[in-house]
Design a protein around this ligand. Structure first.
Ligand code: SF4
Ligand code: SF4
Length: 165
C-alpha cells in the first residue's frame, strides 16, 4: 500500500512520458526519411534510380522527360537518393498522408537533346592540307634526283680517263 501510494504521488508530480498527439507533435530526427521528391529540372534522366530501386517503384522515360514513382510501393530505403548522380532526389521530413486512392508521383521535366552527329565535312577540310603536302613530297625527291644523276655523270667519264693515263 505504501509502495503504490508512493508511485501515484510521483506520477502526479512528474511530466507525462507520452505526448498529447496531435496537439503535441515531436520534431523529426535529423536524417529522417520522409516523403520522396525530385527536383525534376535538375534530373538528367539517367535511370540510375530506376535500376537501383529494390521495390521497382520508379519509372524514368528519358525520351519523354518524365519521372514517375509509386509511393505506395516505396519502402523509403533512400537507395535512389544515395545513387542519384546529380543529387536531385531527396527526402524531406514529412510523412506521406493517408489516402483512400492509389496515387502516383508524376513529374514532367525537359528531356535532354541529343548531340548532332558529326558530319563528313570535317574530314573534307583536312584533305586540303594533305593535298598541299602531297605536291611538297613530290617536289622534294624531284629536285635531288637530277642532282644525284648529275653527280655520277661527270665522275664516270673521269674514272676511265684517269685509268688510261
Ligand atoms: S538517378 Fe537522379 S538524375 Fe538519374 S533519373 Fe533518377 S532522379 Fe534523375
Ligand atoms: S526510397 Fe527505396 S524503395 Fe523508395 S523509390 Fe527510392 S529506392 Fe525505391
Amino acid at each position: 500500500m505504501f509502495t503504490m501510494t508512493k508511485n501515484v504521488v510521483r506520477n502526479l508530480l512528474t511530466k507525462s512520458a507520452t505526448r498529447l498527439y496531435p496537439f503535441d507533435v515531436r520534431e523529426p530526427f535529423e536524417g529522417y526519411r520522409g516523403r520522396l521528391d525530385n527536383r525534376i529540372e535538375e534530373c538528367i534522366f539517367c535511370k540510375t534510380c530506376q535500376v537501383k530501386c529494390p521495390s521497382q517503384c520508379i519509372t524514368v522515360d528519358a525520351k519523354a522527360g518524365t519521372w514517375d514513382c509509386d509511393p505506395f510501393a516505396c519502402v523509403y530505403c533512400a537507395i535512389c537518393v544515395d545513387h542519384c548522380p546529380v543529387h536531385c532526389l531527396f527526402m524531406d521530413n514529412t510523412h506521406r498522408k493517408p489516402s483512400a486512392e492509389r496515387e502516383t508521383i508524376h513529374l514532367q521535366g525537359t528531356p535532354k537533346k541529343k548531340k548532332a552527329p558529326v558530319t563528313k565535312a570535317a574530314p573534307a577540310t583536312d584533305a586540303s592540307p594533305a593535298a598541299e603536302a602531297a605536291p611538297a613530297q613530290d617536289a622534294a625527291p624531284a629536285s635531288p634526283a637530277p642532282e644525284g644523276e648529275a653527280a655520277p655523270a661527270p665522275d664516270a667519264p673521269e674514272a676511265p680517263a684517269d685509268a688510261e693515263k
